[in-house]
Design a protein around this ligand. Structure first.
Ligand SMILES: NC(=O)c1ccc[n+]([C@@H]2O[C@H](COP(=O)([O-])OP(=O)(O)OC[C@H]3O[C@@H](n4cnc5c(N)ncnc54)[C@H](OP(=O)(O)O)[C@@H]3O)[C@@H](O)[C@H]2O)c1
Length: 275
């Protein structure tokens, strides 16, 4: 039986998850969302077909699963709004980047909490979500969380100390790919390709390479070696990227994102202690 789900925060991720749950077979009356502005509530209701309330406490009350889908900075205020209505056996799933399980466990003693990090390809059911369970999360609760998160793609259970790294890799990851797409498209146009052709070549190449990589037993290194012949065109391109510090830049970018994730988490944890 599918659990009823309340999604608190009807923004990008909230809507993506809501739409994914509907596509996965959740009935509209098993789902509810909460927004904080009437305009956003109306818009989200129009996009998803799901009832969107302006009171997160009312939305969360009596639901099997409550998803926290607000920005990390808004978590403390939201927790105050739902403090009175959350109790076992409800399951709380947080999507908030960097916010530790302890923030939720202190706010809701004894409640099963799952912290997760999805990404935006969830919008096309190709998401990658890592999740971890807290002190009161038994295997059944973890499975229930995975069943909700798997509505929009692949899932992986990891320990909490790895989630800032996950945020930096797969949470932020689509942006790295989009930046590569932008740069490659601009370079294609500079090489004389018409705009529409450049976009088509780049988009389909990224899609094809992604599907090949995900579906292949071979590593990225192996697949790259196979298209790189000595003295060839790919070798010339790889040489330029390596010499320009491509790898080191990616490493720095991932480190910066992981460190920002930790900072956001500490800010949220600090605020919730002050509140
Ligand atoms: N987007 C991503 O790629 C991504 C990936 C992984 C994880 N996440 C996580 O997902 C969470 C949501 O991110 P997002 O990109 O979806 O942000 P977003 O588009 O800003 O959505 C958050 C929504 O929550 C609403 N909200 C804030 N406080 C509320 C409250 N007390 N009650 C009801 N609604 C409230 C906001 O209202 P307003 O419209 O008034 O601001 C906003 O519409 C974040 O914690 C983020 O770390 C996002």
């Amino acid at each position: 039986m599918r659990p009823s789900v309340a999604i608190l925060g009807a923004g990008s991720m909230g809507e993506i998850l809501a739409e994914g749950l509907v596509r996965a077979g959740w009935a509209l009356d098993q789902l509810v969302m909460a927004a904080r502005r009437p305009e956003r509530a109306k818009e989200a209701e129009r996009h998803t077909g799901i009832t969107v309330l302006l009171d997160p406490g009312e939305a969360a009350s009596g639901r099997d699963v409550v998803v926290i889908a607000v920005k990390p900075k808004d978590v403390p205020a939201l927790l105050d709004q739902i403090r009175e209505v959350i109790a076992p056996p409800q399951l709380l799933i947080s999507l908030a980047a960097g916010v530790p399980l302890s923030v939720f466990e202190e706010a809701f003693p004894g409640v099963a909490v799952v912290r997760s990090m999805p990404n935006t390809p969830a919008a096309v059911d190709e998401g990658m979500t890592a999740y971890c369970g807290g002190a009161h999360t038994d295997p059944a609760a973890l499975e229930r969380a995975a069943s909700v998160l798997a509505a929009v793609g692949e899932t992986i259970n990891l320990s909490e100390d790895l989630l800032d790294a996950v945020t930096a890799v797969s949470g932020t990851g689509p942006a790295y790919v989009f930046l590569l797409a932008e740069a490659l498209t601009e370079a294609a146009i500079r090489e004389g390709l018409p705009h529409h052709a450049a976009e088509k070549l780049v988009d389909q190449t990224l899609r094809g390479a992604g599907i090949l990589l995900a579906g292949s037993e071979k590593s990225a290194f192996r697949l790259r070696a196979e298209v790189t012949s000595p003295g060839g065109t790919t070798a010339a391109a790889m040489h330029t990227l390596e010499n320009g510090g491509f790898r080191a830049l990616i490493e720095d970018a991932v480190r910066a994102a992981a460190s920002r994730s930790r900072e956001l988490g500490m800010e949220a944890a600090g605020h919730s202690k002050e509140a």
